[in-house]
Design a protein around this ligand. Structure first.
Ligand code: PMV
Length: 299
């Protein structure tokens, strides 16, 4: 059956950076994100015995190699469905791929939703987040609407490392995240490779693990109370702490461009001048600015 599904990117307010299990993609820490309605991937999957091989087309371009581990994820789904058919996957995103805008998150979530249905598997949301997680960690959160938490979990088999919504999309409609595009070029170090190197080599990694629970509490509580300042300040500090881990990785991972720093400085200055806004940055140079809808135009 040919099935189309869509999923939206999510941007973490408390970041995931580091795995405790590389194969199952189990994180070292829990993370919290918001799913963004403007950044969307729409994916169509068709398993058919008429196909001789798997084909993947992203934004009109056929992938020559399995860059994003898409075939590995399809194999996982084929195994669950006990089928051997090859698939054709056609995917469109409305934003740049691999530029730190969480394209892998919406991509893997949309793929999981479409491919499971196309293969005839029925799963509840929790199971879907677990399966999506095995394709790309942060993608688990893109299965959920609104603000989502991805639990670290403690079990070796990953059955308690799933994502769930902590506040639905109608909870805080004034919450905005503005994406700046500093560059559309692909990043040199993938988050997968980068975080593995950080866990191995950054002398600050234990400091991250010791302090991240406090960030999670602050952000979750701020979301519940719809308190911009609490969420914004905690998200900003958490992002800077993650980039400190990247900078202290050996060899150093520096995702920022000059314009990244310019935007950070602008956001800080606007805040000093009385315009409430906060930034967050993922594994890339593009800055996202958090603000209330009433200030969106001005920012
Ligand atoms: O799931 P990945 O491999 O795309 O890693 C995501 C890492 C960050 O975007 C930097 C943080 C996060 O929690 O989304």
């Amino acid at each position: 059956m040919k099935v189309t599904a869509s999923a939206n990117a999510n941007i973490a307010l408390v970041k995931y950076w580091g795995k405790r299990n590389e194969q199952l993609i189990l994180p070292q820490n829990s993370s919290i994100s918001m799913t963004c309605d403007g950044l969307r991937t729409v994916t169509t999957v068709e398993f058919s015995d008429n196909y001789k091989k798997d084909t993947v087309v992203i934004n009109d371009e056929e992938l020559k190699k399995d860059e994003k581990n898409i075939i590995g994820h399809l194999d996982r789904i084929r195994k669950l469905a006990r089928i051997k058919s090859k698939a054709r996957i056609v995917s469109e995103t409305n934003f740049p791929v691999a530029a730190g805008l969480a394209s892998s998150a919406s991509g893997l979530a949309a793929l999981t939703l479409a491919a499971t249905r196309s293969a005839g598997i029925t799963m509840d949301e929790k199971e879907l987040t677990i399966l999506t997680r095995m394709g790309s960690g942060s993608a688990a959160r893109s299965v959920c609407e609104g603000f989502a938490i991805w639990h670290r979990g403690n079990k070796e088999d990953g059955s308690d490392s799933f994502a769930e919504t902590i506040a639905g999309k109608n909870h805080w409609p004034e919450f905005r995240m503005i994406t700046t595009i500093v560059t559309e070029s692909k990043k040199k170090v993938s988050s997968r490779a980068g975080m593995a190197q950080t866990v191995k080599t950054s002398p600050y990694y234990n400091g991250w693990l010791d302090s991240v629970d406090d960030d999670l509490t602050k952000v979750a509580d701020g979301i519940k109370r719809k308190d911009f300042q609490t969420v914004g300040l905690a998200a900003e500090a958490n992002c800077l702490k993650m980039h400190a881990l990247m900078l202290t990785t050996k060899p150093a991972i520096i995702y920022w461009h000059p314009a990244t720093v310019e935007i950070i400085r602008a956001v800080t200055q606007w805040r000093e001048e009385g315009l409430p806004c906060y930034f967050t940055i993922d594994a890339g140079p593009n800055v996202k600015v958090i603000c209330a809808s009433m200030n969106e135009k001005e920012i």
